[in-house]
Design a protein around this ligand. Structure first.
Ligand code: SF4
Length: 446
């Protein structure tokens, strides 16, 4: 990692470690039954991935395609059901198999029609055995697809959290981020969501858009706050290779100190605004209203290893292996991967992945805890691994402390300072192992 990279606050959003670009085809395509045989399956997370959107936002590098021609969503759900049957069978009947959380993500799960959403819930319940009404169920949506009929299905089936990608309440900024939408439509969607009985509303907003000022950013935040969302995620804009914005902006990978400074300053303004309005900061991006109902496990903070992902963009985690299907950002390749998925009949094996050895498991635990505002209780780490974080990651933690990013206040807890939290997207990548870094660098973008 170069000095220039280290000083840029915006290197990589670490929402999962290792990143999918480190995954590789698995030799021998191991059988899921053997991968899951010795795992604790008593509190699994279930994730269903719907890779369809009405538009492709300019900043988005998620695994999703625009539209779904010729009954593709129905065929996709057929494949999802085949996969669910195969995976549930692979989990076996030897011990308890229970799901503690569930989430529908994408893409845009509400791209599906209301009857298709019913079917999606049926797959989770009847094929996988998840009790959706008894566990936290989070669903992502967009203003145009958050229609009353879909929301009614989701509420009735047990959705506890609805996350709406708004990005900006200023129409010109939404256009600049290549997410054309009208504020009036966003407000209507929020009214519909508030009319349903879903307890937690999350609103996603983005800062660092061309033409955005502190004033317009705070105006967007105030427009969001008017709905008293239980959660807000504030995302710095990234221009990533092969995305829509990448085609408009030259040198996407090069340093851009002025843009870094703009994003950092908008981050601080946004954070301070939310803290002043009764929100607590959970991580660099996430803010929760102080009086919001508790949500149970946060999937980004979750240290558990057991996750079942269904759908062609979903990851699954055992304690020793993270696996998924092929990954791409380019539209042509994504379409090909979805078409292959829809034509698949054998879902009993893992295709691509990354083996998480004991050392990577320590890194992952450190990384995912440290990027939360509450930090890492040293005793938890010691109980799990038998060592202290400083024994295993002395040089990395030393670098952070030298930069003023690590508080020294409480020896029982490793915690980022306010500046450390602001630099989460530099802190995270600095903790990647050399092997993961090399695999990510060798990944051929497609
Ligand atoms: S940001 Fe969300 S709505 Fe936009 S293209 Fe990506 S997944 Fe779809």
């Amino acid at each position: 990692m170069t000095t220039a990279q280290l000083t840029s606050p915006y290197q990589h959003y670490v929402y999962a470690y290792p990143h999918k670009t480190a995954y590789r085809p698995l030799s021998g395509r191991p059988a899921l039954r053997s991968l899951w045989a010795a795992q604790d399956k008593s509190a699994l997370a279930l994730y269903l991935h719907i890779p369809f959107c009405e538009v492709r936002c300019g900043f988005c590098n998620l695994f999703t395609r625009i539209g779904a021609p010729d009954g593709l969503t129905g065929a996709y759900l057929d494949a999802l059901e085949r996969q669910a049957v195969a995976v549930r069978e692979a989990l076996g009947e030897d011990g308890p198999v229970r799901f503690a959380t569930a989430a529908f993500g994408g893409g845009t799960p509400t791209f599906l029609t209301a009857p298709e959403l019913e079917r999606l819930c049926d797959i989770a319940e009847r094929r996988m055995g998840a009790d959706l009404r008894a566990v936290p169920l989070s669903v992502e949506s967009s203003p145009a697809t958050a229609t009353a009929d879909r929301l009614a299905v989701l509420a009735e089936r047990g959705t506890t959290r609805l996350s709406l990608g708004v990005q900006s309440f200023v129409d010109s900024e939404a256009r600049a981020a290549v997410r054309p939408q009208r504020r009036a439509d966003v407000e209507s969607a929020l009214a519909r969501i508030r009319d349903t009985a879903i307890p937690v509303l999350n609103i996603d907003l983005i800062y660092g858009i061309d033409g955005q000022t502190e004033r317009s950013w705070l105006a967007s935040l105030d427009a969001a706050l008017a709905w008293r969302p239980e959660e807000l995620y504030l995302y710095p804009l990234y221009v990533r290779p092969l995305t829509g914005l990448d085609r408009h902006r030259a040198a996407a990978d090069g340093p851009d100190p002025a843009w870094d400074a703009q994003r950092l300053s908008l981050y601080r303004a946004g954070r301070d605004h939310l803290l002043a309005h009764g929100y607590g900061q959970q991580s660099m991006r996430m803010f929760r209203r102080a009086d919001a109902p508790p949500q149970g496990a946060d999937d980004y903070a979750c240290q558990s290893d057991g996750m079942i992902g269904l759908g062609c963009g979903a990851r699954s985690y055992t304690s020793g292996l993270h696996y998924s299907f092929d990954y791409a950002v380019g539209m042509h390749e994504i379409r090909g991967i979805i078409d292959d998925y829809v034509a698949t009949s054998d879902f009993a094996r893992a295709e691509v992945g990354y083996a998480v050895d004991a050392h990577e498991a320590r890194r992952r635990h450190l990384l995912q805890s440290l990027l939360q505002a509450e930090g890492l209780p040293v005793a938890d780490y010691r109980a799990r691994f038998g060592t202290a974080p400083l024994d295993d990651f002395g040089p990395e933690l030393g670098r952070m402390a030298d930069r003023g990013w690590l508080t020294q206040a409480d020896p029982a807890r490793l915690r980022l300072t306010a500046e450390g939290l602001a630099h989460s997207d530099a802190v995270g990548p600095d903790l990647f192992s050399p092997a993961v870094r090399a695999a990510m660098a060798a990944y051929e973008r497609k």
